[in-house]
Design a protein around this ligand. Structure first.
Ligand code: S3P
Length: 428
């Protein structure tokens, strides 16, 4: 599907985002292995979290998708049944990596596959700890999906130091820890998003967090819950940047998740001169939610490196767009993880920027984009990657010289099916 984006000078209005993708995955998986029914409100409309739900259904869990809420009829940690077919994770790295932790503790084998993009994403990072715990896992070339997990009821608790800062790897090990006797501990090089820890606590797990170390004590059954999923801050990022780049903007985003392990984005934007405010913060299910107000702003640009890179990793494509029009440009370092996302995001960002007349220098683990550049309307591609398609729709709003065409725009639907309609709704 091609989407045509006309340039826009002014943006205004109030919008809502789909439920947070990261949180939706965790609720889908944990609700299925909890005892009793969970009701999940504002669950993500994106295809990715529905891949997690679909896998749980294939493992014998009843799921009802009602208007505005999802009911998951959890069967307890021992209530999953071997799937008759392979489990389909679609485009979702979160599904395959986090679900593997649960499947490692089941007394049956499961195979998880995904689409073309997922089939090129590395799984060794979760295989290593799960094998240390006693599961046996097969993968293509030792790392790529499909992966087959030979689970065991005798999974062993470990203390694992993750070599890379990855919330998916941490979550996988903690989820596996649910099936172990005793304490499973994960220490990360940098603190990554803590949605799994908060969700595990909500569902009643025995979990402790201290700095970069999280400990879960296995063997305790989880209990079904009623939970609300806050709006997706990573989805909000496209609108924050669009509004900042606009000549005249005043946009409110309601009920957005503002968990401190995700708000580096807001700090980075505001720190560089962005007029972004968080209003009316409240708490739900252990997560913080607030309303955001953003106005057109002069952005200074800056450097994203070290821990900040990990904290902003999903937002870097749209920050690259913002960087091109900033005062001093944008430098990104320590971002080799970008090369193993849904696409090689250093390559796909650079390709689209160049098509729009923007200069960028890339390296193995980052890039530099000089500031004060002007986007020229062009034909760009999502390359099948949701965040690339959405980032370059935002670039199209700011372009001169006509409409920008986004090819394969349907990719947005893995996290934000309503994205293009929402973008049109704030034109004034
Ligand atoms: C996610 C963690 C991050 C992020 C991804 C979602 C999660 O990946 O990029 O979009 O929900 O835990 P890594 O854990 O691979 O860093």
């Amino acid at each position: 599907m091609q989407v045509r984006i006309a340039p826009s000078k002014a943006l205004g209005g109030a919008i809502r985002l789909p439920g947070d993708k990261s949180i939706s995955h965790r609720y889908a998986i944990l609700a299925a292995i909890a005892e009793g029914t969970s009701t999940l409100r504002n669950f993500s409309s994106g295809a990715d979290p529905h891949s997690s739900l679909g896998c749980m259904q294939s493992l014998g869990i009843r799921v009802e998708k009602l208007d505005g809420e999802i009911k998951v009829y959890g069967q307890g940690l021992r209530g999953l049944q071997a799937s008759t077919g392979q489990l389909d994770a679609g485009n979702s790295g979160s599904t395959i990596r986090m679900l593997s932790g649960i499947l490692a503790g089941q007394p049956f084998a499961s195979t998880i596959f995904g689409d073309e993009s997922l089939s090129h994403r590395p799984m060794k990072r979760i295989m290593t700890p799960l094998e240390m715990m006693g599961a046996r896992i097969e993968a293509v070339d030792g790392t790529y999906p499909p992966i087959t997990i030979h689970g065991t009821r005798d999974l062993r608790a470990i203390h694992y130091e993750t070599p890379i800062a990855s919330a998916q790897v941490k979550s996988c090990v903690l989820f596996a820890g649910l099936s172990c006797e005793g304490e499973t501990t994960v220490t990360e090089p940098l603190k990554t998003r803590d949605h799994s820890e908060l969700a595990l606590r909500e569902f009643g797990a025995d979990i402790r967090m201290a700095g970069r170390t999280t400990t879960i004590t296995g063997g305790k059954e989880l209990q079904g819950r009623e939970l609300y999923v806050p709006g997706d801050l990573s989805g909000a990022a496209f609108f924050l940047v669009a509004a900042m780049m606009s000549d005249d903007a005043n946009v409110v985003l309601y009920d957005v998740g503002v968990n401190p392990s995700r708000t580096a984005l807001i700090d980075f934007l505001a720190g560089g001169g962005g007029q972004v405010k968080v209003l009316d913060v409240r708490s739900t299910g252990g997560e913080l939610v607030g309303d955001l107000r953003v106005r057109n702003s002069k952005f200074q640009g800056g450097v994203i490196e070290k821990g900040m890179t990990a904290a902003l990793i999903d937002e870097i494509p749209v920050l690259a767009v913002l960087g091109a029009t900033s005062e001093h440009g944008l430098t990104v370092r320590d971002a080799s993880e970008l090369r193993v996302k849904e696409t090689d995001r250093i390559a796909t960002v650079a390709d689209n920027l160049r098509r729009m007349g923007i200069e960028i220098e890339t390296s193995a683990d980052g890039f530099y984009i000089p500031g004060k550049q002007t986007f020229r309307a062009a034909e760009v591609d999502s390359f099948g990657d949701h965040r690339i398609g959405m980032a370059f729709a935002v670039a199209g709003l700011a372009a001169v010289g006509g409409d920008t065409i986004v090819n394969e725009a349907e990719a947005a639907s893995v996290s934000f099916p309503e994205f293009f309609a929402t973008l049109e709704s704030i034109r004034t």
